[in-house]
Design a protein around this ligand. Structure first.
Ligand code: ADP
Ligand code: ASP
Ligand code: MG
Length: 473
């Protein structure tokens, strides 16, 4: 029997109709003879609302905190009310939701009393979104005559370290525990409905996999279970050639290899968590991104194959919330180990460098870091380099964005960079820094934040090959 892990994004379960549609999608595959594991996100903007409640709690605004919790209650009770489940199940769901929200409130009151939102408490608070959504979907599936039960990520067997906020997966422990937890249930014909995004540390505390983490939940379950496919159901036709909110005419890319999709996920294609493709790639599990509103459309297929058929540049993406840090000085020139000193100072400060470029003259090193890390980076570099007696000038700019053009066809193809930068120059946009990975699947460059959308539009218009666009037919 074939197994599919299906993930349903928050956008698909934001309304009662959405919840019913999702249960129907599960049933469709069950009726076609598949074993199905469902992974569900928090309802709609549930996670944002929880974050708001947490922030109001730290700010000691009890009234606004209560309003946020009340909003959550209304969203859930309205979905529960309009499910197709019987009155007994509805009462049970409402009761469980009420209890969970009381627990949430106690946690918020604790945070408010301390006046501090630790990453640990934040994960606990954010976990309530998926803790509340999964039981509703499980009930809706049961109503359709199939046994289903809801599980948290921890109950499903997902084990992480304790780096709250973006915990790292313990892959071996997870594989063992997931198989132990889910295989007997699947063998019994049940549909496990797993709350996405949340997991459990080895010490038993609630952790999360980072925002948008339900995609990752789906692929890591798919890998652990050796599923035949993972389907990520969302509200657009697949991975699109550009963010549809920036480019009106963007269209689905029908096929991507794992590394291409990974580049896009890292470089801001919002509908895929950056780490999600790793487990699928390692275990050769194909991933499909599908539109829950158009289930018959094939969507984007991601697998091992490298295809150039859809054009050299398949998609353009943009990363915001980053900052540019430039280290310059004659002391950097001709002295081995200088770059290493810079990078280790940042590593010691816990800063992850997203992009690096150094000129041949070695007179400066440009780096892109998360915007929130810019200050820490500057401080760490000043301190460390001064300690070593290395004189440099440091410059930082927080108003930049990285634009990336992605496609496997770039490899070995002449003139792609010329086309990309010619297009950007023709649009009157200044490029601040350039990097091309050795995989030659991605050309990324830094522009002023205000120019990012226009750069994406210009590239999409002139450099994304029409193959991607034609593929929709
Ligand atoms: P979900 O709730 O299903 O997890 P997300 O909100 O995380 O959905 O992601 C889906 C949204 O991502 C789409 O509605 C779309 O507006 C946006 N998006 C941005 N860039 C892309 C892209 N390159 N391809 C597809 N969607 C994108
Ligand atoms: N609910 C979480 C978030 O909004 C995880 C997810 O939806 O994937 O980030
Ligand atoms: Mg998402």
């Amino acid at each position: 029997m074939k197994t599919i892990v299906m993930k349903f994004g928050g956008s698909l379960v934001a309304s009662p109709q959405g919840m019913r549609r999702v249960a129907d999608l599960v049933m469709r595959s069950k009726q076609e003879g598949y074993e199905v594991v469902a992974v569900v996100s928090a309802l709609g903007q549930g996670t944002d609302l929880l974050l708001r409640a947490a922030q109001e709690a730290v700010a000691h605004d009890a009234k606004k905190m209560d309003v946020a919790v009340h909003e959550l209650k209304l969203i859930h009770s309205s979905v529960i009310e309009q499910t197709t489940v019987g009155s007994g199940e509805k009462r049970a769901l409402n009761h469980a939701t009420g209890l969970a929200l009381e627990e949430l409130k106690r946690t918020l009151i604790g945070v408010s009393a301390l006046g501090e939102l630790s990453p640990r408490s934040k994960d606990l608070i954010l976990s309530f979104g998926e803790r509340l959504s999964a039981p509703i979907l499980a009930a809706e599936i049961r109503e359709r005559g199939v046994s289903a039960l809801s599980l948290t990520g921890g109950e499903a067997g997902i084990v992480t370290d304790s780096s709250f906020g973006e915990a790292a997966l313990d892959s071996a422990a997870t594989t063992r525990a997931v198989r132990k937890s889910l295989l007997p249930r699947l063998a019994a014909g049940q549909v496990p409905v797993v709350g996405g995004f949340i997991a459990r540390s080895k010490e038993g505390e609630v952790t999360t996999l980072g925002r948008g983490g339900s995609d990752y939940t789906a692929t890591l379950l798919g890998a652990a279970l050796k599923a035949d496919e993972v389907w990520i159901w969302t509200d657009v036709d697949g991975i699109l050639s550009a963010d549809p909110r920036i480019v009106k005419g963007s269209s689905p890319v029908m096929h991507l290899s794992y590394p291409e999709a990974e580049e896009l996920a890292f470089f801001g294609a919002k509908n895929m968590h950056p780490l999600a493709l790793g487990p699928a790639r390692t275990n050769h599990v194909p991933v499909r991104i599908k539109n829950g509103f158009r289930p018959d459309f094939p969507g984007t297929l991601i697998n091992d194959q490298m295809m150039r058929s859809e054009g050299i540049i398949k998609a353009v993406a943009v990363v915001r919330n980053v900052g540019l840090l430039t280290v310059a000085g004659e002391t950097l020139q001709g002295r081995p180990g200088m770059a290493a000193k810079v990078f280790s100072a940042l590593a010691a400060a816990g800063v992850n460098i997203l992009m690096i470029s150094q000129s041949v003259s070695e007179a400066n090193i440009g780096m892109i870091v998360k915007r929130g890390h810019l200050r820490t980076s500057e401080r760490a570099l000043r301190h460390e380099l001064k300690k070593e007696g290395i004189a440099v000038t440091l410059e930082s700019d927080s108003r930049v964005a990285v634009v990336a053009a992605v496609g496997a066809g770039m490899r070995g193809e002449k003139g792609v960079a010329a086309k990309v930068f010619g297009t950007v120059a023709a649009a009157g946009i200044n490029v601040r820094m350039i990097a091309q990975g050795s995989s030659e699947m991605n050309i990324s460059f830094v522009v002023d934040e205000g120019d990012a959308d226009e750069a994406v539009r210009a590239l999409h218009r002139h450099a994304v090959r029409p193959g991607a666009r034609k593929s929709r037919a």
